[in-house]
Design a protein around this ligand. Structure first.
Ligand SMILES: NC(=O)c1ccc[n+]([C@@H]2O[C@H](COP(=O)([O-])OP(=O)(O)OC[C@H]3O[C@@H](n4cnc5c(N)ncnc54)[C@H](O)[C@@H]3O)[C@@H](O)[C@H]2O)c1
Ligand SMILES: [Zn+2]
Length: 403
């Protein structure tokens, strides 16, 4: 640390630095934040959270499930680190339809009633929904106050927890209102994942497969060897699943680092061509037109499989690459086809909507190998016949029972 290069105003060079306890990000625009990764973050004798709370007043928020599983531990932790009368805890409803402006306003009202001023801190303990709502509330409360997120889901740890985005759904659009508001701290404890339902684990794995396909063949191979990562058990004795074995730590660390490195030069998304959008072109329509029957990660899996077939049919990837992507998703237990929404009409609409959103360029990310990807830039580059052929191939994949 002592010999680190610094610029004239004392900032370290832009980039992501990894150490045994997490990552420090320093963006070219001067934004700096840390993401911690370690176990026991709610243990009363763990100084990490206490260090971030300092002497501040704390208003904490959790979902009902997290309250049931971790509420007692959290209360004991706050009791240890925060003076009596200086902290409060509220349970807020979760689910996409509760991620609203009204929810953020209610959070602000609760904070105000508890006497939170601009020196205080909001604490979000939970998945992406709680983090997004509290982060957004913190970004507008008294023109922006500190918030800390303790991420308890796999999506929370590899995606929400490493970036600076907050938001709520509005005007029938996901994350319509939001802010780029870096957290004061982001704490990620893999031990939380032991209680996460398998469907939520699979959704997190979809985002991890995404990072592996576009950037890291070793990570992809690790997932091929262990498609049951985060769900493995020590024996058949009913032990808790492995959430922080060596393999899981490697997977978590690698995907967090890759994600942070991708976000770092483009924190506020001024550049609209983003590799991390792999799996995020068709998926919004799969999610919304399907009335959220599929979860986000599942829709991302369908999108990745479709994009892999497009890459194959456009001659950008070989058949083996496409097969490996689709096979891995299936072995993890993720869907690769959704008959209700994977129609030529809806998927053409999805392409057009992405094209609009991304400044009239398609910026469709497709794999060109495992660990490599490219952009398809123009709408005309995806002819209707190719899209239909890709969907037919996908339907065949989806109907196979060899996973
Ligand atoms: N801000 C960002 O950069 C960003 C990135 C990705 C996703 N998101 C958003 O995150 C949301 C999805 O987040 P999510 O996937 O974490 O889902 P979620 O927040 O809905 O959590 C899923 C469920 O798991 C429960 N839960 C949380 N931790 C648990 C644990 N340890 N054990 C058992 N149950 C637990 C929750 O109470 C909830 O019922 C979406 O709204 C998405 O838009 C935001
Ligand atoms: Zn996503």
């Amino acid at each position: 640390m002592t010999s680190q290069v610094v610029d004239r105003v004392g900032h370290p060079p832009a980039g992501v630095r990894e150490d045994s306890g997490g990552f420090d990000l320093s963006a070219p625009d001067g934004t700096r934040y840390r993401v911690d990764l370690g176990t026991g973050v709610l243990d009363p004798d763990n100084p990490l959270l206490a260090g971030y709370l300092g002497e501040r007043r704390v208003v904490a928020f959790v979902s009902p499930t997290v309250d049931r599983l971790y509420g007692d531990r959290l209360r004991a932790c706050l009791d240890t680190h925060v003076r009596p009368g200086q902290w409060s805890l509220h349970v807020i409803p979760t689910g996409e339809h509760h991620k609203t402006l009204a929810a953020a306003e209610r959070v602000c009202a609760l904070a105000k009633a508890d006497g939170l001023d601009r020196h205080g801190v909001m604490l979000a303990v939970g998945g992406g929904i709680v983090a997004d709502v509290i982060g957004f509330a913190a970004s507008i409360y008294a023109r922006g106050i500190r918030y800390i997120k303790v991420n308890t889901t796999l999506v929370g740890q590899v995606d929400v927890g490493v970036g600076v985005k907050t938001g709520v759904n509005a005007l029938r659009t996901k994350n319509m209102f939001g802010a780029y508001h870096p957290a004061h701290a982001s704490l990620n404890d893999p031990a939380f994942l032991a209680t996460l339902p398998h469907r939520e684990i699979r959704c997190g794995l979809a985002e991890i497969v995404k990072m592996a396909v576009i950037l890291d063949e070793d990570l992809f191979r690790a997932l091929e060897r262990h498609p049951d990562a985060f769900r493995r058990r020590d024996g058949d004795s009913g032990d808790a699943p492995h959430s922080h074995g060596e393999l899981e730590t490697y997977i978590l660390r690698t995907s967090m680092r890759l994600m942070m490195e991708e976000l770092c030069p483009n924190l506020q998304e001024h550049e609209l061509a983003r590799l991390v959008d792999f799996g995020h072109t068709f998926s919004p329509v799969v999610e919304t037109a399907g009335d959220h029957r599929l979860e986000h990660g599942e829709a991302v899996a369908v999108d990745m499989a479709l994009s892999a077939h497009l890459a194959r049919l456009l001659g950008l990837a070989d058949g083996e690459t496409c097969d490996r992507v689709v096979r891995l998703l299936r072995r993890i237990g993720l869907p690769v086809f959704d008959p209700g929404t994977c129609t030529p009409e809806l998927m053409t609409q999805a392409l057009r909507a992405s094209w609009q959103r991304r400044g009239r360029k398609l910026h469709l990310v497709v794999p060109t190998g495992i660990g490599k990807a490219a952009f398809v830039e123009e709408l005309e580059d995806v002819p209707a016949g190719v899209l239909t052929a890709a969907l037919e191939a996908l339907a065949a994949d989806g109907g196979r029972h060899d996973a």
